[in-house]
Write a protein that binds this ligand. Sequence first.
Ligand code: NAG
Ligand code: NAG
Length: 408
Amino acid sequence: MSRIFSKYQGGGVHISGSRPVQGLETGDPSQKRFSGVVPPAAPLIFLALLCIAGAILWLDHNETLTILLLHPREVTADETPPPEEPSDICKNQRTPPAGSAALPRGIVQDKSNFEFEPLGRNPEMKELPPAKSLLAIPVGIKQKTVVDKLVSKFPAANFTLMLFHYDGVVEGWSDLPWSRRAVHVAAADQTKWWFGKRFLHPDLVAEYDYVFLWDEDIEVDDFDPLRYLDIVRKEGLEISQPALDRRSKIHQQLTARARRGGAVHRRFYKTVGGGRCYGNSTGPPCTGWVEMMVPVFSRAAWRCAWRMIQNDLVFAWGLDFKLGYCAQGDRTMNVGIVDSEYVLHRGIPTLGDAGDGKPATAAAGRSAVRQRSSTEMQIFNRRWSEAVAEDECWTDPYPEPPTATTKD
Ligand SMILES: *[C@@H]1O[C@H](CO)[C@@H](O)[C@H](O)[C@H]1NC(C)=O
Ligand SMILES: *[C@@H]1O[C@H](CO)[C@@H](O)[C@H](O)[C@H]1NC(C)=O
């Protein structure tokens, strides 16, 4: 695809390499209830109840759940079922994605991707694309060298690349060999989570096995993306991050590279002082948790996490502690830190730095940004508590307070 570079003009959002995005939200209400973590026994009870009621439970790619209620009827051995009237068939169809009821089913495509199309290719001869993952990074031109090294580690055959230009500078990257295969999105002074919420809708990234939503100030000398993917698949990690080299700016000990060898760790221990973590700790920051600087999400985990990101809380403080709800099961097992492939976090305060949120931008002073970050955390936690209180159908799979924060 020949790319159209939009010159950056302050205030606007520009995408090159992809078409404008419309009608993202499918609004499928059945998806909502089942995208989170469900306590282990609940699905079984639910299934049993449905079977008794003579219903069929239909799981579609583990992502949407649709219930087809059949008319109960007596079954005899030689009875051939009467042919279904068209009206019955229509009744039994799945709820169409919002907005598509006016169209014949077969024409509706509710998912897309960021793959470039060679314009001269015969569209009849479409071969199945190889499985890929997505690397998305907020970048500023000042970090060009370190971003170049980072991106160059990710093979083009296995990763689609998306850059979020928070300084609006797009042309400055065009001399790099990989620049033409990247999708470039520019919006002035916006954060990683602002971009992620707006441009990584789950229906747009549904083809990618994993979503890497990374900060830019990351050194990858000891990191191999393909080996990382192997480990994550083998260990069943739905949400993960590479361990942080101990020379990094480390905010939480769980994410530091384990001193003892091994591919992965899922918890850490702290048996003295405040904030203790034991083998029986069940939640963050002892276990079931990663930091927001280099997270990697499975397709299913991202589908859930994207829904938890709040449009207006652009620093996403507080979100990390709740990510375990998107782990597709037990967060102490499905969330982990990969030690054998690790990175160095330079800790340069930029808009990409979700860790301590001190971007030095023209638009906002550091102290204003820091203030906003912590206010956002209060708002997010308040919304969470209110949502829990209001939703009578929701059961908290992690009801106990994290043991780590137990005071002495
Ligand atoms: C990377 O891409 C190549 C070429 O499509 C493929 O053969 C290989 O299996 C991929 N590796 C992984 C880990 O997906
Ligand atoms: C967890 O383990 C620690 C140390 O073994 C112990 O002191 C504590 O009481 C345990 N907590 C729970 C909730 O079992």
